[in-house]
Structure formats: structure tokens, C-alpha cells
Design a protein around this ligand. Structure first.
Ligand SMILES: Cc1cc2nc3c(=O)[nH]c(=O)nc-3n(C[C@H](O)[C@H](O)[C@H](O)COP(=O)(O)O)c2cc1C
Length: 415
């Protein structure tokens, strides 16, 4: 998204991820943003004013007791100047100061004195991030309208693995003024429950072997993060994947299509929007042997039976949630997708082409979304970006369906 003419006040606090901020400044400026930096005292230990000044093209502000700047009430000037205040990385300490309304330094004072949107990209060790005090601060800030970007999961500077990494500078630059900041998404989805299925299923042949597919779960996991960031309660029903589960999301792990159906049934009563991104096996071996199949005959024949159609089952419930399907096809993508939309009585279907280096197990994806009477194409983008855009569209269509239902109910009541 273009940041042309946008004034971004970038606050950098003292986490190890501060070393990525010169790159972040470049990504923001590439998109046309005017970037002014405030550095906390601790951040100065990780990244130098000299490099940040060089990439931002502006003197760095860090001291509230800057006599020259404060002659003209510099902190108020900065607070009024910003279209958005982005704090990246945001330390645990910074989240705590923001949550408590502290004004003990230049950055927190500017945050208190500004009417601009505040967006934070937390970065810290995974144990710090999962600490209840930090999570309480996160929730408080979110409830007050602060946008939280990430954190990401993966390997950390401290050598551990888990949730707490700052999002990549590229992702932060993409998301900092994404439409959802000003959109209806967060209002519509607040308090709603979105159930998302993700990943492959495993259909057992015997205790050691199974049939599966190439789904990595990345798209479903990205949808879960997008729904969570848009304010929804998220239930992620996940097949076996090697991804770290996103924080703030209820994860239900399953193996087979039967498990997936049982898990979806167990959660559906509370679900407002059901997004089926899992690559559920269409067939499973008709018999699951209790002991390992031995290598003896030269040839064996495998008999398969159809698995339950999870999405069609959910969409046919009397009290059904808003249902969104995914169609991953190698050919005739549009025809198959439209066929599924009608046959399974879906509200929307996200269609994408899969094949070698396409769709499965890669970080980028493109898609076309169809619904009765409409369609929208989404060009190739990171799965995180695509998920945000898809969630935006899902929210709009969900809101529209609800308002149509209210109108229909009112006219029936009048008749
Ligand atoms: C080497 C080192 C790395 C640190 N990395 C982080 C970090 O990634 N996230 C975090 O929340 N705190 C981290 N800290 C602790 C903060 O620097 C400390 O809480 C500090 O008071 C933050 O101040 P600030 O938020 O005003 O910048 C680190 C400290 C050290 C010494």
C-alpha cells in the first residue's frame, strides 16, 4: 500500500530487533512516507542515531529535555505532526508504559499528547511475550484501539523458538496503514468468533503410515492472524504442520478428516464465521490396519472411501455460520470454484491455482474470490498480506449478509 504523503512518527524502543529499524525506515520511505524517529534511551544501545539519521534524512529526537526543540513545545509539535505513531520494536517495558499512561520520556509523552493512530510491533523473548502481565497490557492497549502488529513466531535472538519476533520490516511497512486501521473490520469482528481450519489431514493406513497432501497450513495460519488482528476471537483447527501457533488464538490439533469434522462440530455453535482453509483428504483408506502392513506381495491394492465433507456439513446446519471455502485447483479453477460455491451452499469461495511452486508450501499466493453475483481478484502477495485483504472482504460480505437478513426479517414481520 502506498504511504505517499503519510507522516509516520517511528518510535524505537530498546529491544534487540532495533537493529532492523534502518531497514524498516527504508521500506517506509520507499512507499513515500515521511519518517521522523524518536529513539528511547535504551534503543540507543542497539542502533546508532547516525545510521537512523542517514536513512530517515531527519535529525533523531530522543531527549524530552532538548532545550532548542522544547522552546517551541517540540513534543506537542511532534504529536500533532504524526498521521500515525509506529513503535517498532515495542519492548515489554514500552507496552507497560503505554498501558499505564506513563509520560516519563519523549516517546510516551508524544503518544499521550497525540490523536494519531498508535501501531506497535512488539518484539521480545517468547517467555516474556507469554507472561500474563505483558498479555494483559497487550489486551488493554488493543481494547483502547492500539493496533498490534505481530509478533511473529520463529527462531529468536536469544536462541529460543516461539512467538515474540518482530515482524519483518517489509510486513510492518505493508501493514502500518493497512485499510483495516480505518475500516469497519475491527468494529464488525469485535466479539465475534471466527473458526479457521488449516493444514493437511492424515488418513492412516496402519499404525505407522498415512496418506496426506502438500498443504503447509501457511494460508490458514495467516488467516487466523488476520482475523485475530481484526479483533475476532479465533479458533484454529489445525492439521499436522510445522508452524508455531499464533498467540491469542485457540488451537485445536487434529489428524484426520473425521477428527476435523468432530472438532468443527464441537465449536460451531459459538462460531459466526467459518473459514475452511484446510486441505482435507477427499478419500481415506477403507480399512485402518491395527498392525503394520508387511512387505510380502509384489503388488497391493488400496481400497479408499470418501471422507466426510466438513464444509458442506457445516454449511447445511440449520444454524449455520457465514461459510467461506477455499478451492485449490490445478486447472479449470473458476469452474470448479463456482461449482463448489453452489453445491456446498457457501457464502464465498477463495480460489487459487496450485502446482509446482504455486499455492502449497510457499510464502506468496494470489487468489480470486467468488460469491453469488460477484468476484474480486487479489494479485500475488505475501500470504500475510493476502490474508489481511481476504479478511477485509470476508468482513464486508459478512456484514452485508447480516444486514440483508435483518431487512428480510423486518419485512416478514411487517407482512
Ligand atoms: C541485550 C539486551 C536485549 C534486550 N532485548 C529486549 C527485547 O528484545 N525485548 C524487550 O522487551 N526487552 C529487551 N531488553 C530489555 C529492555 O532493553 C529493557 O526492558 C529496557 O528498559 C527497555 O526500555 P525502553 O522500552 O524504554 O526502550 C533487552 C535488554 C538487553 C540488555
Amino acid at each position: 500500500m502506498s504511504l505517499e504523503t503519510k507522516k509516520i512518527l517511528l518510535g524505537i524502543s530498546g529491544g534487540i530487533a532495533a537493529y532492523k529499524t534502518p531497514e524498516l525506515v527504508r521500506r517506509l520511505r520507499e512507499r513515500g512516507a515521511d519518517v521522523q524517529i524518536i529513539l528511547t534511551h535504551s534503543a540507543n544501545e542497539f542502533v546508532t542515531e547516525t545510521s537512523l539519521q542517514a536513512v530517515s534524512g531527519k535529525p533523531i529526537r530522543s531527549n524530552i529535555w532538548d532545550k532548542e526543540a522544547e522552546a517551541a513545545m517540540g513534543h506537542i509539535e511532534l504529536a500533532r505532526w504524526a498521521d500515525v505513531i509506529l513503535i517498532a520494536p515495542a519492548t515489554a517495558e514500552m507496552l507497560s508504559r503505554l498501558a499505564s499512561g506513563s509520560a516519563g520520556d519523549l516517546l510516551t509523552t508524544v503518544c499521550l499528547a497525540s490523536e494519531a493512530e498508535v501501531v506497535v510491533a512488539p518484539a521480545m523473548n517468547r517467555v516474556m511475550w507469554s507472561n500474563p502481565a505483558v498479555q494483559a497490557n497487550r489486551k488493554l492497549l488493543e481494547d483502547r484501539g492500539v493496533q498490534i502488529l505481530g509478533p511473529d513466531s520463529g527462531s529468536q535472538a536469544c536462541g529460543e523458538e516461539g512467538a515474540g519476533r518482530m515482524l519483518d520490516p517489509q510486513q510492518i511497512a505493508e501493514k502500518v496503514m493497512a485499510p483495516k486501521l480505518t475500516s469497519v473490520s475491527s468494529l464488525v469482528l469485535r466479539g465475534k468468533t471466527v473458526m479457521i481450519t488449516a493444514g493437511p489431514t492424515r488418513e492412516p493406513l496402519d499404525p505407522v503410515r498415512y496418506i496426506t497432501n502438500r498443504s503447509s497450513g501457511k494460508m490458514g495460519y495467516a488467516m487466523a492472524v488476520a482475523a485475530r488482528d481484526a479483533g475476532a476471537n479465533v479458533i484454529l483447527v489445525s492439521g499436522p504442520v510445522s508452524l508455531v501457533p499464533p498467540t491469542g488464538v485457540k488451537v485445536v490439533n487434529i489428524e484426520s478428516a473425521d477428527d476435523l469434522l468432530a472438532a468443527a462440530h464441537a465449536e460451531v455453535a459459538e462460531t459466526d464465521i467459518f473459514i475452511a482453509a484446510a486441505a482435507v483428504a477427499d478419500y481415506r483408506p477403507s480399512v485402518r490396519e491395527n498392525t503394520k502392513i508387511k512387505k510380502s506381495a509384489d503388488e497391493i491394492t488400496l481400497s479408499m472411501v470418501k471422507t466426510p465433507d466438513v464444509l458442506a456439513t457445516i454449511s447445511r446446519l440449520a444454524e449455520r455460520p457465514f461459510c467461506v471455502g477455499f478451492a485449490a485447483e490445478t486447472d479449470n479453477v473458476k469452474d470448479y470454484a463456482l461449482g463448489k460455491l453452489t453445491k456446498k451452499r457457501l457464502d464465498m469461495i477463495v480460489a487459487n491455482r496450485v502446482g509446482e511452486n504455486l499455492g502449497f508450501d510457499c510464502d506468496d499466493n494470489a487468489a480470486v474470490v467468488y460469491w453469488r453475483g460477484g468476484e474480486q481478484a487479489f494479485p500475488m502477495a505475501s500470504k500475510a498480506q493476502l490474508a489481511d485483504d481476504l479478511m477485509q472482504l470476508v468482513t464486508e460480505r459478512y456484514k452485508l449478509r447480516n444486514s440483508e437478513e435483518v431487512i428480510a426479517a423486518n419485512s416478514v414481520a411487517r407482512d
